[in-house]
Design a protein around this ligand. Structure first.
Ligand code: CP
Length: 305
């Protein structure tokens, strides 16, 4: 059975096929009837052991627009609270003839673990601070849509790199597609091994922004943070926050991204988030087409569709 567990396991050709398929589905979801009948014989379970707005709704919409049957599971209202294990939970769901599992989980590697113990196709919708592959795919797809090919583009990822699955998956995808990548943030929030991924570290935000074509502003992941890693919010905003004045002081017009949810006034001010340089809602819109493509390509390996 095939899975999407991380960008680490994909090739450049895999991503090209996903983008090509997403191009088709993007055209489909802009039609008056936004649905195709492709996956009428597929049932998908969305398992969320951690909160989500964008990813959960985007997967559900993608599945429904492919005509799949969908069941949604939220850990907080399930028998997980009575002590049921992950494998038991998933095997019970699969016994009801489910073909594919989309899972968000707080533990890094949860999707990989599950793929070794259950007989279903697994899509990782974010596993702790490890990977968020569909986010990186939709981010790269959005850069490609805005600037043309990814190859040769300069992307800076700003903020809490240490706790960010978005950062790691983006680094893997951007490097694979030939972009130059820098990270910028408090040194306590930059992983020690980051240079081994072919990424440069730029501690000064203004320098990083002057260099880049695209700035991806990450959310500070307070829920995964040891408090000693974090400067005060005031200091963080002063050194690593993107505001209109800073954006306007640059020599060129850069593209601003954010995976959401935004802490307005912390990593990015509202006048930047809502400006014409930000493609934040385009990222969300593209997420549905990207997830339709991923699900369609994996489903085509399970059944003839
Ligand atoms: N970008 C993202 O993963 O957002 P959610 O946590 O709301 O799904």
């Amino acid at each position: 059975v095939d899975h999407l567990l991380g960008i680490k396991y994909l090739t450049k050709e895999d991503i090209a096929l996903i983008f090509q398929t997403a191009d088709h589905f993007k055209e489909v979801i802009n039609r008056p009837i936004k649905k195709v009948p492709s996956l009428r014989d597929i049932t998908i379970a969305n398992l969320f052991f951690e909160n989500s707005t964008r990813t959960r709704l985007s997967f559900e919409l993608a599945e429904k627009r492919l005509s799949a049957d969908v069941v949604n599971f939220s850990a907080s209202s399930s028998s997980v609270t009575k002590g049921e294990t992950l494998i038991d939970t998933v095997n019970n769901i699969l016994s009801m003839k489910v073909d594919m599992v989309v899972m968000r989980h707080p533990n890094p590697g949860a999707g990989i673990f599950l793929s070794r113990h259950v007989n279903a196709s697994i899509i990782n919708a974010g596993d702790g601070a490890h990977e968020h592959p569909t986010q990186a795919l939709l981010d790269c797809y959005s850069i490609r849509e805005k600037l043309g090919e990814i190859e040769g583009k300069k992307v800076v990822i700003v903020g809490d790199i240490l706790h960010s699955r978005v950062a790691l998956s983006n680094i893997f995808a951007l490097k694979l597609l030939g972009a130059q990548v820098k990270v910028c943030g408090p040194y306590t929030l930059i992983p020690k091994h980051i240079r081994s991924l072919g990424v440069e570290v730029e501690p000064n935000l203004k320098n990083a922004l002057e260099w880049c074509d695209v700035a991806n502003m990450l959310r500070v992941q307070h829920e995964r943070m040891d408090i000693s890693y974090f400067p005060s919010t005031r200091e963080y905003v002063q050194l690593f926050g993107l505001n209109r004045q800073l954006l306007d002081s640059l020599n060129k017009k850069i593209v601003v991204m954010h995976p959401g949810p935004i802490n307005r006034g912390v990593e990015i001010t509202s006048d930047v988030a809502d400006s014409d340089q930000a493609i934040i809602l385009d990222q969300v819109q593209n997420g549905v087409a990207i997830r339709m493509a991923v699900i369609y390509l994996l489903a085509s390996k399970i059944k003839q569709v």
